[in-house]
Design a protein around this ligand. Structure first.
Ligand SMILES: Nc1ncnc2c1ncn2[C@@H]1O[C@H](COP(=O)(O)OP(=O)(O)OP(=O)(O)O)[C@@H](O)[C@H]1O
Ligand SMILES: [Mg+2]
Length: 308
């Protein structure tokens, strides 16, 4: 299964190009297109209504819109449940109160999105392609960076937890056998619930990171022939490079006769940063993906290279 992420500055045409690519690929393969943008327009683009998050458009093309608010709530609730059961002995601190403000903490949306990407990749194995239409650059880079950042943090936490267990072990040896009424806190690594959970989390994020940096993952960068879009795209290329994420296609969208010279300049600059990445030029179209009849018209051909 191949995974495609369409990224780029706000309004450059990510959703449109993602939809056109999904349409192109669905002529020969089974495709699921997933909108991760809180401001969804996938249903509008295809001229249909996506009920309950997922809809069949044709036999080989399925559309899905992620409900970020619901996802964030579910993500937080799951974490609260796990933490509450892991830290049973801390109930006196009234964790529930503490968690009720957690929903406002930064990063929850990014983690929720990442969890949804991971789940989609794990569950939707029927499809040959999963296409993710992402929100504008900032949020996208942040959630794509999360696996690496999280692995680093979990490693630190594993180190701290091990120190705690070592101290417990020392205390256990000094004190000798405990009376039957005393609470025994685990001091062996293999018995410790918190360490087990940290190992599991670390495993999950390592797997996800391998998938995102692997040969079946393709980040596609959409930009327009203008300087603001060029600058943001350049930052995005640097960001992807830092994270080891595979940029595989550049799309210069909305080219017209009037901006042709600028289009050439922007393409040259982008090729300067990503020499080996293929580049497609897509012209501004008057009837592109006109969903009025629930059908697609005038979809640009051949956005996705045949070799994919
Ligand atoms: N090649 C094109 N020809 C004509 N119109 C286009 C083309 N590409 C995109 N558009 C139009 O540009 C607008 C923005 O496109 P789109 O919604 O796909 O951008 P986006 O990058 O997904 O935006 P956002 O960041 O808000 O999610 C839409 O009205 C879309 O129809
Ligand atoms: Mg969009």
């Amino acid at each position: 299964m191949k995974i495609l992420f369409f990224t780029g500055k706000g309004g450059v045409g990510k959703s449109t190009m993602a939809a056109a690519s999904a349409w192109q690929l669905s002529q020969k393969s089974r495709v699921l297109i997933v909108s991760l943008d809180p401001a969804h327009n996938l249903g509008d683009i295809f001229g249909t209504v996506i009920k309950d998050g997922k809809a069949k458009f044709t036999d080989t093309l399925y559309l899905s819109e992620v409900n970020l608010r619901k996802l964030s709530r579910e993500y937080l609730q799951k974490e609260i449940d796990v933490l509450s059961s892991t830290y049973r002995y801390l109930q006196v601190l009234n964790l529930d109160n503490y968690f009720s403000i957690l929903k406002y903490s930064p990063g929850i949306e990014e983690y929720a999105l990442l969890t949804s990407i991971e789940k989609t990749i794990r569950d939707e194995t029927d499809f040959d392609y999963i296409i993710f239409d992402t929100p504008p650059t900032g949020l996208t880079l942040r959630f794509l960076a999360l696996p690496k950042v999280t692995i680093t943090w979990i490693d630190r936490l594993i180190g701290i937890r091990r120190q705690i267990l070592e101290k417990r072990y020392t205390i256990h040896r000094i004190r000798g056998t405990l009376s039957s009424e005393e609470t025994v806190l685990d001091y062996k690594e293999e018995d410790d619930d918190i360490l087990k959970r940290l190992w599991k989390l670390s495993d999950n994020y390592q797997t996800l990171n391998r998938t995102l940096c692997g040969s079946d993952c393709n980040v596609i960068l959409v930009f327009n022939p203008d300087i603001l879009s060029l600058r943001e795209s350049q930052r995005l290329v640097e960001g992807l490079d830092d994270l080891g994420l595979p940029l595989r296609l550049l799309i210069n969208n909305k080219v017209t006769e009037a901006n042709e010279e600028m289009a050439g300049y922007v393409e040259k600059q982008m090729k300067g940063m990503a020499q080996d990445v293929p580049l497609e030029r897509v012209h501004l179209s008057k009837t592109l993906l006109d969903g009025r009849e629930g059908t697609l018209y005038d979809v640009p051909e051949g956005i996705i290279p045949d070799s994919w």
